[in-house]
Write a protein that binds this ligand. Structure first.
Ligand SMILES: [Zn+2]
Length: 246
């Protein structure tokens, strides 16, 4: 496996660049051994509530909060070295939980221009690393974004679904490139919130004749109910007292 060499190199870079742990702020590695140890290690099903009709079974590596949320944001927005490997490990666990056998991993694409402005494609990076950790797995970036959607932040589940309808598609060149590959199709994303993006990816793939068998994400959101409701409960992904619905 190549990740150990990469890990040493990333750790050296973190030290050289004067980084700090995204979890606890301690100077040094971008994710200190203690915070990495504290990341979730049991992938679970993470059904949105309400759930988009027809959504394939969603599997998440963990809950989108605390250190995991900080790591996802730092990797996505600041391209902090050393975070891709632990995030990929969580995604790989979600992919494995979705079932054995040949798998085609289809990442949800970034909107046009976003990759260019950021200088990297954080999700594709994580999906490629995850694929190296799971046997018989191929990364198939089949989806493209039309880029006409609004920022999803602040939209309700219904608004997100309407905003995203028809926003993803599969160019025939990509489909030809992966023609003849066999395996179950798993849509991959970094964070599952309402499930609207994953469902749109599923729709676009189905329109090209590909049935999606599962969704795999690094993390699924834990959303708070509006004020006035007692306690912290979920309106996004339904969790049990242990954090997940079994
Ligand atoms: Zn730490």
């Amino acid at each position: 496996m190549t990740s150990s060499g990469g890990g040493v190199r990333e750790a050296a870079l973190d030290l050289l660049l004067g980084g700090a742990c995204v979890g606890c702020g301690r100077p040094g590695r971008s994710l200190c051994p203690g915070c990495r140890e504290g990341l979730p290690d049991t992938p679970r099903q993470a059904w949105p509530d309400p759930c988009p009709p027809g959504l394939a079974t969603p599997w998440a590596g963990g809950t989108y909060d605390g250190t995991l949320r900080a790591a996802l944001l730092a990797h996505k927005e600041r391209h902090v070295a050393g975070l891709a490997a632990p995030l990929a490990s969580l995604l790989a666990q979600a992919v494995e939980a979705a079932g054995p056998g040949q798998v085609l991993l289809v990442p949800v694409p970034s909107r046009p221009g976003v990759v260019r402005s950021r200088g990297h494609d954080p999700l594709l990076d994580v999906v490629r690393r995850a694929a190296r950790l799971v046997p018989a797995t191929t990364v198939a970036p089949l989806l493209r974004s039309r880029g006409a959607v609004l920022d999803q932040a602040g939209l309700t589940a219904a608004e997100r679904a309407a905003n995203l309808a028809g926003s993803l598609w599969c160019p025939s060149t990509g489909l030809r490139r992966f023609a003849g590959r066999t395996g179950r199709v798993v849509v991959c994303d970094d964070v599952l919130t309402t499930g609207a993006t994953a469902r749109e990816a599923q729709r676009a793939l189905a329109a090209s004749g590909l049935d999606v068998c599962a969704i795999a994400v690094v993390a699924a959101t834990l959303r708070r109910l509006p004020r006035g409701r007692a306690g912290v409960e979920l309106s996004g992904v339904r969790l049990s007292s242990r954090g997940w619905v079994d």
